[in-house]
Design a protein around this ligand. Sequence first.
Ligand code: SAM
Length: 210
Amino acid sequence: MANVEEYLNRIHRDPSPLLLELEQQGHANDIPIVSRETGRLLSTLVHAMQANRVLEIGTAYGYSTLWMALALPPAGHIWTIDPDRARTDIALGYLTRAGKADAVDIINQPALEVLKTFPVRNLDIVFIDALKAEYEGYLELAVPLLKRSGLVIVDNLMWSGRSAAEPKPGDSVDTKAIREFNKIFLNHPQLDATIIELGDGTGIGARIDE
Ligand SMILES: C[S@@+](CC[C@H](N)C(=O)[O-])C[C@H]1O[C@@H](n2cnc3c(N)ncnc32)[C@H](O)[C@@H]1O
């Protein structure tokens, strides 16, 4: 089978030079950034929803943040959480160069702490991409912050194929956590959720409860 990722990269427009530079820096420094196609999906969804309030859990160098920031409407805002200040300083540098620093708040604390007292409601999008063992906790705290019809988007749900593999005794804590999370996510009573084979497996759930 032809290499689908290579084919799609060939026929898509190139990302902006800044996104390309950030993507290269992320790969060069072994930072686990989302795939380019996941970045494109985030951008399309932010555009489609005219998302004004976006919460991101897991900033790193701000690659996914920048994809979303470049798609925000004029009054849109992103809150992005990552305790690693050295990484988020790099994110801030790119956001500043993109003219988007004012549209993004970087919060340098553990996400579970932040989410417990996060004051903003009616979020359009929550994007989850931090500690795999905490995904379930992020989901439970984030769903009530979403507006009705808002989206929770989750990265790494295929976990490089390990989620779908036959369970075995040596499976890591993260692999087990993602498998458990996938069941909870797909059966969440407040979400209409699905997992698509894009990037490393992308969960998309719309809040449906009244
Ligand atoms: C997969 S990376 C995020 C990549 C980013 N979303 C992107 O695609 O450019 C995960 C990040 O989660 C951060 N992290 C670790 N513990 C965390 C916590 N308790 N709360 C929030 N983020 C955390 C790590 O520092 C790391 O930068």
